[in-house]
Design a protein around this ligand. Structure first.
Ligand code: NDP
Length: 286
């Protein structure tokens, strides 16, 4: 019997600028290989003025979907056919998913974080302190609010971005948000349940940078989370561990985003352990 071949892979990928330092391709392709999927993930350098062409190219080649990273998370929306619930509230998309003939924009940044956090604690009814008000904080704040968090204190250096995020949460979700301008050493209120760093403080190569927080104000009952994936053991995570807090690291968030994207595109539940190991090897320089 002649064997039937299939040399045609299903395509997914990422559009960003600059793309070269983004390790997502290695993590996603490790999962595709592990699960025996004839799928590929292509990491593409796309300039802002070419984003429309890139999306049209994906449509022409019948891509199952794509991630969008900086600087395209907002600009991509006009090239899509619709938005998922939380992406519409955030006004930002990092994952487009082909449904029928349409590309629907989702946001897996906050969902990936939530999946990691839920491994330790349910956010429903919790009081949250969220450092930062950029893209990651916005995604996390909205997703936590939709998951039933009671209150979110947004602690941010710049007034405007903090105010924007607080307004989005208060106007579009059932949670209560308040703004705190971060000017000096911040003391975490003893009632806080979950403390999250969603700023870029601690990201490689600035690994020695620390959040301006009074560490004595962290209590052992608090859960402390960090979005920084590289290195995952930030000063905040180490200090919180030393104070007896349960911790959630940023590498888990990155892996879970990938797990959620793969689920959207292929329908399978990818093995997070394989994906995490791949990233750990890369960050360890192997
Ligand atoms: P943005 O540039 O949109 O926002 C950066 C945020 O950090 C702002 O709130 C900014 O405050 C704050 N910030 C930066 N430096 C300082 C400082 N020295 N002191 C106080 N605040 C500071 O970035 P993103 O939100 O897109 O990304 C933030 C981090 O999240 C990145 O490090 C990224 O690696 C990580 N990330 C991790 C993901 C994961 O899967 N683990 C996914 C997405 C992001 P201000 O508004 O005052 O400038």
């Amino acid at each position: 019997m002649p064997q039937e071949f299939n040399f045609l892979s299903r395509l997914t990928g990422s559009f960003s600028q600059s793309a070269a330092g983004n390790p997502t391709v290695a993590m996603i392709e490790a999962a595709y290989r592990h699960h025996g999927l004839n799928w590929r993930y292509i990491n593409c350098e796309v300039a802002p003025e070419r984003l429309g062409d890139a999306v049209r190219g994906a449509r022409a080649m019948d891509w199952a979907g794509f991630n969008c990273s900086l600087p395209h998370k907002v600009a991509v929306i006009e090239h899509l056919d619709g938005l998922g619930g939380s992406a519409a509230i955030m006004g930002a998309v990092n994952c487009a998913v082909r449904r029928g003939n349409e590309y629907i924009g989702e946001n897996t940044d906050g969902k990936g974080f939530l999946m990691s956090l839920e491994g330790v604690v349910e956010p429903r009814g919790k009081r949250i302190v969220l450092f930062g008000a950029g893209g990651a904080a916005r995604a996390i704040g909205v997703e936590l609010a939709l998951a039933g968090a009671y209150s979110i204190s947004v602690v941010n250096r710049s007034l405007e971005r903090g105010a924007e995020l607080v307004a989005v949460i208060n106007e579009k979700t059932p949670a209560k948000a308040e703004q705190i301008v971060w000017e000096s050493k911040y003391k975490v209120h003893p009632d806080a349940d979950i403390v999250i760093n969603a700023t870029s403080i601690g990201l490689y190569p600035q690994v020695d940078s620390r959040l301006d927080i009074d560490m004595e104000s962290l209590r052992p009952a608090m859960i402390v989370a960090d979005v920084i994936p590289n290195p995952p053991h930030t000063h905040l995570i180490k200090d919180a561990e030393a104070r007896g807090c349960a911790i959630v690291d940023g590498l888990g968030m990155l892996v879970n985003q990938g797990v959620i994207s793969i689920k959207y595109w292929t329908g399978i539940d990818a093995d997070a352990t394989i994906m995490r190991r791949k990233l750990e090897d890369i960050f360890a320089g192997e």
